[in-house]
Design a protein around this ligand. Structure first.
Ligand SMILES: Cc1cc2nc3c(=O)[nH]c(=O)nc-3n(C[C@H](O)[C@H](O)[C@H](O)COP(=O)(O)OP(=O)(O)OC[C@H]3O[C@@H](n4cnc5c(N)ncnc54)[C@H](O)[C@@H]3O)c2cc1C
Length: 425
C-alpha cells in the first residue's frame, strides 16, 4: 500500500513527487510515494527540450502566455511564481541564467542537469521511481483505505491517492502517447479535442519555401477562422524544406490545428512588414519611387525584407525584381503590396505529433480544484501538467505550468494523506 502513486515521471510528475515528499518530511512524516512511468528510461522530453538545453521557465510569466481558462490559469500561476521556481531549482543544485529573450536555462546549458537534479532529489527523498511500468488502468474505490488500484504492465499497486501526470500526445515515442486521456476518461473526466500545438506547418509543394530553407526573419502572422481574426502575433519565422517554423509559427499553429479539427475555414496571413498597414507600406514605396526611381524592386524592398525573400515574393506576385521602382505598373504594384502585407500561406498540414512540442486541449481545468489540483469528480485523484487543457506559448511557459501544478498537487496530496491518517487514529 502506497500513500501516493504518481503516474508519469515527466516534469510535472517528478515535481509533484518531490513536493509531496518534502511536505511530508517537513511535517515529520514518512510517506510512501511511488512514481510509475511507462518509458524504459524516464525524462526523454526534458532531455530534448529547449534544443537539449531545457528552457526551464521565463523571467515573466502571465496568464496571457497560455491558452485555456485564464481565470484558473492565473490562480495556478500565482501559487508558484517564477521566483519560487528559480529558488526551488537552486535548492536542487541547478542555477539558472536568463537569456536576452527572457528565457531561463540552466547555467550548464544542459537539460541533463535539470533531469538529474529532479531524479536525484526523488531518490534522496525515498520516492520509488519505477520506469517500464506502463499504467493500463486506474480503479477508484471510494470509501476504502486504499482509494485506488493502479494496474500496470507487471501487476498492480494500491494507493490512497493518485496523481495523474501522463502528459499529452506530443512526441509519442517519449512515452506520452495520449493514453493518459483514456485513464482520465475511465475515471469519469471529460477530455476536450486534442490537437498539436507549437508545431511547424507544412506548405503546398508548389510554394517557394524550399528555395528559402534556413532563412529566418520577423513577420506578423494573423490567423483568421470563419472570417474572424483569432490571433495576431509578430516574431521570427523560419523557412524550412517542408514549410514554415520558428517561434511565431509555432505559437500560431494551435489556432490553425484547432480550426482544422473543427473543420472550420481557416487562413494564416503574413505581413512581411510587421507593424505597418498596407497603406503605410504603399506610402513608403511612393517615397522610395520619388527618391530613388531607378532603384530596382529588389534593392528597394531589401531595405526592409531579406533579399532572398524579396526575390521569392516578387516572383510570387509575378513582378520582375530587377524592374526599376518607378517603372512598376500600378496593377503590379498593388499585387506586390498585397503579397507583401497579406500573404496567404498555402498550409497543407501541421507537421504532426512527432514534431509538436505540446498538446492543445485535454482535461478541462474546470474539473479540478485549482488550489490543490484535485479532481472535482474523483476525490483523491489529482491531475497535473500537460494532460490538462492548458498550453503555453514557446519560451519556458509549459514547464512553468508543469512545476506549478506539480507544486500544488504535491503539497496538497501530502497534507491530505497526513490529515486522513490523523483522522483514522
Ligand atoms: C521537442 C520539445 C521541446 C520542448 N521544449 C520545451 C522548453 O524548452 N520549455 C518548455 O517550457 N517546454 C518545452 N516543451 C514542452 C514540455 O516538454 C512539456 O510541456 C512538459 O514536458 C509536460 O510535462 P508533463 O510532465 O505534463 O508531461 P511529459 O513530460 O510528457 O511526461 C509524461 C510522462 O508520463 C508517462 N506516461 C504516459 N502515459 C503513461 C502510462 N499510461 N503509464 C505510465 N506512464 C505514462 C510518459 O512516459 C512521460 O514520462 C518541449 C516539448 C518538446 C516535445
Amino acid at each position: 500500500m502506497h500513500d501516493v502513486a504518481v503516474v508519469g515521471a515527466g516534469a510535472a510528475g517528478l515535481a509533484a513527487s518531490i513536493f509531496a515528499a518534502e511536505t511530508a518530511v517537513r511535517g515529520d512524516r514518512e510517506q510512501r510515494i511511488v512514481l510509475l512511468d511507462g518509458a524504459k528510461t524516464i525524462g526523454a522530453k526534458i532531455l530534448v527540450s529547449g534544443g537539449g538545453r531545457c528552457n526551464v521557465t521565463h523571467e515573466v510569466v502571465t496568464p496571457t502566455d497560455y491558452f485555456g481558462n485564464r481565470r484558473i490559469i492565473k490562480n495556478v500561476l500565482a501559487a508558484f511564481s517564477v521566483e519560487q521556481a528559480v529558488t526551488w531549482f537552486a535548492s536542487l543544485g541547478v542555477a539558472l541564467k536568463r537569456e536576452e529573450t527572457g528565457k531561463l536555462f540552466p547555467v550548464t546549458d544542459k537539460a541533463r542537469t535539470v533531469l538529474n537534479a529532479l531524479v536525484d532529489r526523488c531518490h534522496k527523498l525515498g520516492v520509488a521511481i519505477c520506469p517500464d511500468h506502463r499504467v493500463t488502468d486506474i480503479v477508484s474505490h471510494p470509501g476504502s483505505e486504499a482509494g485506488f488500484v493502479i494496474h500496470h504492465l507487471h501487476g498492480s499497486v494500491l494507493a490512497k491517492k493518485v496523481i495523474l501526470a501522463t502528459g499529452g500526445r506530443s512526441v509519442p515515442k517519449s512515452g506520452s502517447d495520449g493514453f493518459g486521456y483514456s485513464l482520465a476518461r475511465r475515471l469519469g473526466h471529460h477530455v476536450t479535442a486534442t490537437v498539436p500545438a507549437l508545431v511547424p506547418l507544412m506548405l503546398d509543394d508548389r510554394m517557394f519555401h524550399q528555395t528559402l530553407s534556413g532563412l529566418s526573419h520577423d513577420i506578423e502572422l494573423t490567423t483568421v477562422v470563419k472570417g474572424r481574426h483569432v490571433d495576431c502575433r509578430t516574431g521570427s519565422l523560419l523557412w524550412t524544406h517542408l514549410g514554415i517554423s520558428g517561434p511565431v509559427v509555432m505559437d500560431a499553429s494551435r489556432f490553425w490545428c484547432l480550426a482544422q479539427a473543427h473543420k472550420d475555414v481557416v487562413a494564416v496571413y503574413g505581413n512581411f512588414l510587421p507593424g505597418q498597414t498596407q497603406e503605410q507600406v504603399r506610402q513608403w514605396f511612393r517615397e522610395q519611387v520619388q527618391d530613388n526611381p531607378r532603384r530596382s524592386l529588389l534593392k528597394t524592398w531589401a531595405q526592409q525584407i531579406p533579399e532572398r525573400c524579396v526575390e521569392a515574393l516578387c516572383a510570387h506576385a509575378e513582378c520582375d525584381p530587377t524592374t526599376a521602382a518607378a517603372q512598376l505598373p500600378r496593377k503590379d504594384r498593388d499585387r506586390l503590396l498585397a503579397v507583401l502585407t497579406k500573404f496567404k500561406f498555402p498550409i497543407k498540414h501541421d507537421r504532426g505529433w512527432n514534431y509538436a512540442e505540446v498538446t492543445a486541449g485535454g482535461v478541462p481545468l474546470e474539473e479540478v480544484n485549482f488550489r490543490t489540483m484535485e479532481s472535482k469528480l474523483v476525490p483523491g485523484l489529482y491531475l497535473i501538467g500537460e494532460i490538462l487543457d492548458c498550453d503555453g506559448r514557446i519560451g519556458g511557459f509549459n514547464f512553468q505550468w508543469a512545476w506549478a501544478t506539480g507544486y500544488l498537487a504535491g503539497r496538497a496530496v501530502s497534507t491530505r494523506v497526513c490529515a486522513d491518517s490523523e483522522a483514522h487514529r
